[in-house]
Design a protein around this ligand. Structure first.
Ligand code: ADP
Ligand code: F6P
Length: 321
């Protein structure tokens, strides 16, 4: 039976979202389905703004960052009356299933929409933060880690030459998955994450210990949400003999060509989403669990909180000792 599939990208963009749009579109067409791409996140459902997607309209995008459908934060969609408008948009366009590509916030919106519309909603986890419950990895995380690692490797060179300490801020306003993985991969002397922030005194003590061991340069990786890095840098400059500099990697981590891993994950998540649609299994989140692509209830994923393994932080400390 011919179906109409909607696709929307929502929340912060993540490298690999385009690969997921491409995958859902092409696999849906292969099944004989029509595809509508809603533009600008949830706003596209509030304004009935969509374009028809065919196999050719998603050509040449697997390697590009961002999202051809555009995305935004849409606080209005948290209001029940606006979710009703979104549900009506799906109904009037005869959408049988909606694939939502985004992070945990987008999944919460997707859950509300599924309850109001009666349309099958599938969540594909895509965010550089890797903080979606139920999946080991989200689309874009690997790319963002590699972007930050590449930048910090360069910073390490100048840190060593000048015997300086660098505070490097990476993204992650609420969670430290990105900072932790980046910190391990660059051998950071200190990793600051929202789940376990340290004060300036504690950071200075660690750097003093390192100096006593002969380490004259150092990298402190701090997640955006772990504290004010400008303040930390200024305070450290006053409290240590070293020169301390701040570098913010910032939005470079959100863009750029997705790594092979992010593209593969996006393509396989897309296949699983269409597979579930064919089996009439709606309201599921696609997840990666121990190397296997699987699905769990959308509600479970949207309402769960992914735990960060703080043991890894201890391992990181030993590795950089
Ligand atoms: P991400 O999906 O990357 O985590 P956000 O947290 O900004 O990004 O969420 C994206 C959008 O999802 C929000 O702008 C809002 O429109 C919608 N959203 C977030 N939380 C809810 C909620 N509890 N109910 C309905 N919609 C929500
Ligand atoms: O959700 C991804 C993310 O990049 C976070 O790491 C960061 O804190 C936030 O988005 C930034 O949000 P905005 O795009 O609204 O500036």
């Amino acid at each position: 039976m011919t179906k109409t599939i909607g696709i929307v990208t929502s929340g912060g963009d993540a490298p690999g979202m385009n690969a997921a749009i491409r995958g859902v579109t092409r696999i849906s067409h292969c099944m004989g389905f029509n595809v509508l791409g809603f533009e600008r996140g949830w706003d596209g459902l509030l304004t009935n703004n969509f374009k028809r997607l065919g196999p050719r309209s998603v050509g040449g995008i697997i390697q590009s960052g961002g999202t051809i459908l555009h995305t935004l934060r849409c606080p209005a969609f948290e209001e029940p009356e606006n979710q009703e408008v979104g549900a009506e948009t799906l109904r009037k366009n005869n959408v049988d299933a909606l694939v939502v590509i985004g992070g945990d916030g987008s999944f919460r919106g997707a859950l509300e929409l599924s309850k109001r519309s009666g349309v099958q909603v599938l969540g594909i986890p895509a965010t550089i933060d890797n903080d979606v419950y139920g999946t080991d990895e989200t689309i874009g995380f690997d790319t963002a880690v590699n972007t930050a690692v590449g930048a910090i490797d360069k910073i390490r060179d100048t840190a060593i030459s000048h015997e300086r300490i660098f505070v490097v801020e990476v993204m992650g306003r609420k969670r430290g998955f990105l900072a932790l993985q980046v910190g391990i991969c660059v051998g950071a002397e200190v990793i600051l994450i929202p789940e376990k922030p340290l004060d300036t005194y504690q950071v200075v003590k660690i750097m003093e210990k390192n100096a006593a061991k002969g380490k004259r340069a150092g990298i402190i990786v701090s997640a955006e949400g772990a504290g004010d890095t400008t303040k930390l840098t200024a305070e450290m400059q006053k409290q240590t003999d070293s020169e301390v500099r701040l570098s913010i990697v910032g939005y470079a981590q959100r863009g750029g060509s997705p790594t092979a891993r992010s593209r593969l994950l996006a393509s396989l998540f897309a296949e699983k989403a269409v597979d579930l649609i064919c089996e009439e299994m709606g309201n599921r989140a696609i997840v990666l669990q121990n190397g296997i692509i699987n699905s769990i209830e959308l509600e479970k994923s949207a309402q769960g909180t992914k735990k960060l393994d703080l043991h890894i932080l201890k391992v990181a400390d030993i590795l950089s000792s």
